[in-house]
Write a protein that binds this ligand. Structure first.
Ligand code: A3P
Length: 310
């Protein structure tokens, strides 16, 4: 009998594609800047039809996606740490819109290999989420993080992720964030878009700051939204397994499975600080004032209770 061929791991596939990996330029899809490979394959993303049992985890980049993915996986697997280490985050919970050079599998390829119910990650603003998610009434968890910490985290991520556009100097990066020029567009429009629809579309809208303040409380909210009921000791275990320090050392959650040619964690760790208020270490008083004034303008039409400290 032929020896069964072992499927290539995500890391191996990335190494194979190394010669064509680059800081991909952004191309707009309906006014939203996205990596050019996503824009080129946009119709297949837009046409994706989920199963009603699929769950979507949506965020603006760097708002706590990986953390929430780990919580959801553990909740759905009764807090079983071994099962949740079956594969790296990006294989367990594929990234809906991501396209990379072959042989790196696209998010859609990974999703289509899985049987529903699947958990799917996206950074798409609400208007770009494929209609099927709403038609099929899929559950959607949205996590939002205060703008200043979100910006700082994204800045460091763009320094280390060699497939994202060059972040450039900090001062200019703040301007790009304010103007919605970063990949996946405007933070302001992103958080507002899901906020406005949260009740009508049954979206569980969470805040990173609330998760930091009282992870157990927020994990219970997620559990209830998923119609699960786990015993207290399992919930305690999930709180522990999804703490920053445990996830930082979990090779299936800390993105060390992505080779250095893509995520150069010697520049900045994926699990960087995991704090609320780190922005105070980066914004000068003048930058903070300018940012706040603009924030007041951009957020004037909505009242979302963001907190920049806890
Ligand atoms: P920092 O860069 O501020 O440290 P995403 O998963 O959306 O890319 O978000 C990454 C951010 O979430 C990083 O923020 C990372 O450290 C933080 N993070 C990841 N896991 C976390 C956890 N268990 N607790 C708190 N923060 C976490």
């Amino acid at each position: 009998m032929d020896k069964e061929e072992k499927p290539m791991s995500y890391g191996e596939a990335i190494k194979k594609a190394a010669n064509v990996l680059q800081r991909f330029p952004l191309v707009e899809v309906r006014g939203i800047p996205l990596m050019n490979l996503i824009a080129e394959n946009w119709s297949s993303v837009w046409d994706f039809c989920p199963d009603p049992s699929d769950l979507l985890i949506s965020t603006y980049p760097k708002a706590g996606t990986t953390w929430t993915q780990e919580i959801v996986d553990l909740l759905l697997n009764n807090g079983d740490a071994e099962i949740c280490r079956r594969a790296p985050t990006s294989e367990r919970i594929p990234f809906l819109e991501i396209f990379s050079p072959p042989p790196i599998p696209s998010g859609l390829e990974l999703i289509k290999k899985m049987k529903p119910p699947r958990f799917i990650k996206t950074h798409l603003p609400i208007q770009l989420v494929p209609e099927g998610f709403w038609e099929k009434k899929c559950k959607v968890i949205y996590v939002a993080r205060n703008a200043k910490d979100n910006l700082v985290s994204y800045y460091h991520f763009d320094r280390m992720n060699q497939t994202q556009p060059e972040p450039g100097p900090w001062e200019e990066y703040i301007q790009k964030f304010i103007k919605g020029k970063l990949a996946w567009g405007s933070w302001y429009d992103h958080v507002k878009g899901y906020w406005r629809e949260r009740e009508k579309r049954n979206i569980l809208y969470l805040f990173y700051e609330d998760m930091k303040e009282d992870p157990r409380r927020e994990i219970v909210r997620i559990m209830q939204y998923l119609d699960l009921s786990l015993p207290d000791d399992i919930i305690d275990k999930i709180v522990e397994l999804t703490s920053f320090n445990v996830m930082k050392d979990n090779p299936m959650a800390n993105y060390t499975f992505i080779p250095k040619i893509v995520f150069d964690q010697s520049i900045s760790a994926f699990m960087r600080k995991g704090e609320v208020g780190d922005w105070t270490n980066y914004f000068t008083p003048a930058q903070s004032q300018m940012f706040d004034e603009d924030y007041t303008r951009q957020m004037a039409d909505v009242d979302i209770p963001f907190r920049t400290s806890i």
